[in-house]
Design a protein around this ligand. Structure first.
Ligand SMILES: NC(=O)NC1=NC(=O)NC1=O
Length: 174
C-alpha cells in the first residue's frame, strides 16, 4: 500500500496490517501509530527501530522470546505466523535434511541455555548454510553483545516485513 494510504489508516486498520511487523509484539505497532510521526516508509521503519532501541534489555529479551525457533515446534505443528512461514521457507528451514534439522535443534537449545532467549536471525537474508555459520559464531558472543546482534536481526526482519507492506514512494516524474 502507498504511504498516503498508511497515513490515513485508523488505529484498527493500521494494527490489522502492521501489528505483526515485530513478531507477536503488537505494542510496537500500536505505539508507532499513536505517535503518527511518519510521512514515509523510512519514517515508519525508524519509528519501529527507535522503539526497539528504547526498550530496556529485559524487554528486548522479551521481544526475542516471541520469535519461533527456526525449524522448531511452531514449524513442526504448523502454527507459524504467515510472515514467519514465508521467512523460514525462504531460508530453507522448511526443507532441512533430518541430520540438518537435528543439528539446528541442538544448537538452538545450546544457544537458549547460554543466553536465555532464542536465536533470531533474518531468514530472508540467509540460507541454511549461513544460518548455521552465524549460529555457531554467535554462540561465542558475550551476553550484551549477542542481545544487540539479535535486536539488529529483528530490525532487518521488520525492514523486510515493512517493505512488503508499504510500496516505496515512486520519485515524482521530472
Ligand atoms: N528464530 C528466528 O530467527 N525466527 C525467524 N527469523 C525470521 O526471519 N522469521 C522467523 O520466524
Amino acid at each position: 500500500m502507498d504511504i498516503s494510504v498508511v497515513i490515513s489508516l485508523s488505529y484498527e486498520e493500521f494494527m490489522e496490517s502492521f501489528g505483526n511487523v515485530v513478531e507477536k509484539y503488537p505494542l510496537v505497532a500500536a505505539t508507532v501509530w499513536s505517535q503518527r510521526l511518519f510521512a514515509s516508509i523510512d519514517d515508519i521503519e525508524g519509528a519501529f527501530a527507535g522503539f526497539l532501541d528504547s526498550l530496556p534489555d529485559s524487554d528486548k529479551e522479551g521481544v526475542l522470546r516471541r520469535f519461533p525457533d527456526l525449524a522448531g515446534r511452531e514449524f513442526r505443528n504448523g502454527t507459524l505466523s504467515p510472515e514467519s512461514q514465508l521467512e523460514q521457507n525462504q531460508a530453507g528451514m522448511t526443507r532441512l535434511e533430518p541430520a540438518e534439522a537435528a543439528c539446528i535443534t541442538a544448537l538452538n537449545t545450546q544457544y537458549k541455555q547460554r543466553f536465555g532467549f532464542p536465536f533470531v536471525i533474518c531468514g530472508r537474508m540467509n540460507d541454511k548454510h549461513t544460518i548455521l555459520l552465524h549460529l555457531h559464531q554467535r554462540l561465542t558472543n558475550e551476553h550484551s553483545h549477542e542481545l544487540a546482534c539479535a535486536i539488529e536481526e529483528v530490525k532487518k526482519i521488520c525492514h523486510l516485513r515493512l517493505q512488503s507492506l508499504v510500496c516505496p514512494t515512486q520519485p515524482s516524474p521530472m
